[in-house]
Design a binder for this molecule. Sequence first.
Ligand code: ADP
Ligand code: MG
Length: 364
Amino acid sequence: MKICLENVTKIFAKSGKNGQEVKAVDDFNLVIPDGELIGLLGPSGCGKSTTLNMLCGLEEPSLGKIYFGDEDVTNMPPELRQVGMVFQNYALYPHLSVRKNILFPLENLKKEKKLSKKEMEDRLNNVANLVQISDLLERKPKELSGGQQQRVAIARALVKMPNVLLLDEPLSNLDARLRLNTREEIRKIQRATKITTIFVTHDQEEAMSISDQIVVMKDGKIQQVGRPQEVYDNPINLFVAKFLGNPPINVFEGKIIDGGLYILNQKVLDGYKINNQDVIVAIRPEGFIVDDNGSFIANKQSLEVMGREISVVANNDACVTKTFRALVQGEDIAKLAKEDIHFKLKRNKVFIFDKVDERRLNDE
Ligand code: ADP
Ligand code: MG
């Protein structure tokens, strides 16, 4: 099911005495192609859950329209939307068995949608198989691990055969290893069912690893939409550059003079078609090459040897944080003995931003 959001805005009215109006979602425009998995990514409070809640019908937009296919569902009640929703805290019924939890949405179908016992049993067995909990059907939620509970919640969302699957931070309550496994499983299930899926997370790595496209949000507004690698390689502003990547991108003060990029009065790269001005320079950790002829000079603080790679923790006066981190090849260890380390920079790992509005300056 293709999903289209047009100018969707949600304003929460003032609450309390000194309450302020909150624009939780601000002019959200997005087309989600049928069958894709979209990662909705942004810091806490940026409007991700509010966006999902409007898609499933728990909240009504203050402005704008939502379409599923060609149908305007903006004001359609949740139960008519054919949406499956999975929340962070599973929200299973504690007194019901896994079987009954999953069957619950089917038992409440009305009139012409009512299913026979056999149909319900078939659907139950199908989804239980899909999420691999067939042997747990008679247990109560408290007799399951967090990962198993989350799979039950996913099964319950899938059993209605929804057109759209919405997952709101579904992995946050799982420990690190389970988080990895479960995210791979969600990806597999999504590929198998081809249900258009929106996966909300504040974890950039999680979003990058499972999404066809990511949507980066800040303060209720979309910042950038694209394939994960595209967005990583071409961040539109400093916020997006800083939000994606681990270790995070390194930020420096710099200057453009006659097409040359200067950091601390050293020309580090050349050939930019950007007017002379002070700029913000962001360099990915993998953008540094140890080279005695390099003009980017940093003071070594420590080395973290990680086998294949070495993480060089260093500083210089242009860095806006105390230290920065360069990831270099393990075999460069011999070149890292000195206190002051010279680097050349990989141009495609260096991004230049306007000092005032922090938009990316086109460097071609
Ligand atoms: P996220 O899921 O990205 O963490 P939310 O969508 O939950 O963010 O919230 C976005 C903003 O809207 C926050 O500032 C939050 O405090 C506010 N908000 C969310 N729900 C309500 C509500 N029911 N009433 C008032 N403000 C709300
Ligand atoms: Mg949320």
